[in-house]
Write a protein that binds this ligand. Structure first.
Ligand SMILES: [Fe+2]
Ligand SMILES: [Fe+2]
Length: 386
């Protein structure tokens, strides 16, 4: 992502601040107020066309935009951050593509007049569909969240290192896998404290480094599914490690295929379909303490009905953790924006998983995914379902 003002949402936030300041001076129908809302809508639309979504998170006096801390803006807009959290009970604002001018009016109302007793009820009543408002997180929740985010990005950094080691044809060091284990443990520890972190962490996406962030997201979503299944801690950790490493074979796939901004040709698909086998081969040479990551890397595209790949003629039963990883994999892939497709809302992904029960997915798992999405969304202190 280019390092310019527009890319990290600074400009949009400046316009948001402008709208709030204008609303304090002029009535809503005054030309200045209308112009300010129009400018905000224009900047937002341009940003969303390029990036898909934009989330501002207010963590005390820190402003985070799409998971980046905006240090300068945190200082400049300190008053607005304070108003949002303390006076309006708003801890984050997420904009999605398709945002309408009408929704700017509703947002201004929320920021200047408040939302009454219940943020979720107010949001539903106002028909906000492309603007999601969520309440602030508590102070102790903030520190858990900060730790979880450090562990998340630590996992991404470690996977990036492993990737460059493999791409330079050097052997992966046991230490690198050990580091990944440590970050996975740290992530799990935070998630066990605040389970609804799963959906917030899994909403971190990267357009440019899709596979790295996708791998961490599959680990996090696998933890969420494992929590619903009440899996014991050590098994949860192994399930998460398997998620981290499930697409390791993609590292051996040429970058021009991985990053192709459009559908793959038949030949490119043939190469892409080799990644489960390649991943299992790489993992078979590593010390990963147990064989689960290797099994999951090999089986995650196999499908419940065994019509996926690699296609095996003989009698083969997919490991239950591979089935779980398959759901986590599809959930993250479908909720991510790619060059050739938009992000799909999580409720639509749940519907798809239900429709494919017994075909792609183990028929017991759609219910677990529904529970995960609903339970974690409805966790105390969080906002309205998306
Ligand atoms: Fe895969
Ligand atoms: Fe994947």
């Amino acid at each position: 992502m280019a390092d310019n003002v527009q890319d990290h949402g600074q400009l949009v936030f400046a316009h948001l601040n402008g709208v709030v300041r204008t609303a304090a001076l002029y009535p809503a129908t005054h030309p200045q107020a209308l112009k300010a809302r129009e400018t905000l809508h224009g900047a937002l639309t341009a940003y969303l066309a390029a990036h898909g979504t934009l989330t501002y998170r207010f963590l005390g006096d820190v402003l985070v935009a799409n998971e980046r801390i905006l240090a300068r803006e945190s200082l400049v807009y300190r008053r607005l951050l304070e108003i949002c959290q303390k006076e309006r009970q708003i801890g984050s604002i997420t904009f999605t593509d398709g945002v309408e001018p009408r929704e700017m009016d509703v947002l201004v109302e929320a920021l200047t007049q408040g939302v009454g007793e219940s943020l979720s009820a107010w949001t539903a009543q106002k028909g906000l569909t492309h603007v999601l408002l969520e309440p602030p997180v508590q102070a102790e929740q903030q520190s858990v969240e900060v730790m979880a985010r450090r562990a998340y990005y630590g996992s991404v950094d470690t996977l990036r290192e492993i990737e460059s080691t493999i791409r330079s044809s050097a052997p992966v060091a046991g230490e690198q896998i050990g580091t990944l284990r440590v970050f996975t443990s740290a992530l799990l520890e935070q998630v066990l404290q605040i389970p609804d972190l799963v959906l917030r962490l899994a909403s971190i996406k990267s357009y440019d480094e899709y596979t790295l962030y996708h791998s961490v997201n599959v680990a996090v979503i696998s933890m969420g599914l494992g929590l619903v299944l009440d899996l014991p801690g050590p098994l949860l950790h192994e399930v998460a490690m398997a998620g981290m490493l499930h697409d390791l074979g993609k590292i051996a796939i040429p970058l021009e295929i991985l990053r192709k901004p459009g559908p793959l040709s038949e030949e490119e698909w043939r190469i892409m379909r080799r990644h489960p086998l390649l991943g299992a081969e790489v993992l078979s040479r590593l010390s990963v303490a147990n064989r689960l990551p290797m099994i999951v890397a090999f089986e995650h595209h196999m499908r419940f009905d065994r019509q996926g790949y690699p296609f095996l003629r003989d009698n083969w039963t997919q490991h239950p953790v591979s089935r779980l990883a398959c759901v986590a994999d599809v959930f993250d892939a479908m909720t991510s924006r790619r060059a050739y497709k938009k992000a799909i809302p999580s409720r639509n992904v749940c519907t798809y998983v239900r429709e494919q029960a017994g075909l792609i997915f183990d028929p017991r798992l759609p219910r677990i995914l529904d529970h995960m999405v609903e339970r974690l969304r409805a966790a105390p202190g969080r906002g309205a379902p998306r």
